[in-house]
Design a protein around this ligand. Sequence first.
Ligand code: GRF
Length: 213
Amino acid sequence: MSKKAKEVLSLYDVKCLGVLVSGSGANLQSIIDSTNDGILKGFAKVVLVVSNNPNAYALERAKKGNIKSVCVERRNFEDEESFNDVIFSELQNMKVDVVCLAGYLRLIGQKIVENYRNKILNIHPALLPKFGGKGMYGYHIHEAVVKSRDMISGATVHLVDENYDTGKIVIQKKIRIFSNYTPQDVAEKVSNIEHKIYPEAIKILVDGLSKNL
Ligand code: GRF
């Protein structure tokens, strides 16, 4: 079957993605781009962007992509549970099939994990299980990698469970680190591969869901 024919057939089973963000949203952008004109075209679409941060540039990206977005701030809720309940309702209202964490800086709620078991992905800018866990995010990771004198780093897309960075790994890709690299250099190289592997990992997941229909 031709690539075009496969794309047309898959239109009947386009999976809805909900993307959770806290910051710049460069990964969100790579996902949007690949649904518009890349490996996710005809297979998945972003129907909702949720940010816990009102200043996240990711919200601008959603707007430019004509994608519904909502900001749910933790400080407006009494506890984690009610905060996460609202996010869960937003996902359900938009009939989200797969949740993608893309630079989302909070632990995702139990209710969401249970209801979307094996359907939540996260991207981490290192080769898990190294440089993972609470407190290991953003620039801290690349600083720790350079300090460790490791000669490789990379990015990991994994399924999300109740803990930080412990779910099953879907894709990992490595980069070579040279001795003169600064954390900034590592960050740039890693971010380039992130934007490639996140859409690839989503494709693997949505293909699996379609086969299990
Ligand atoms: C990425 O490095 C990702 O691996 C991590 O948070 C960062 C988000 O960056 N989880 P951006 O918001 O996609 O630009």
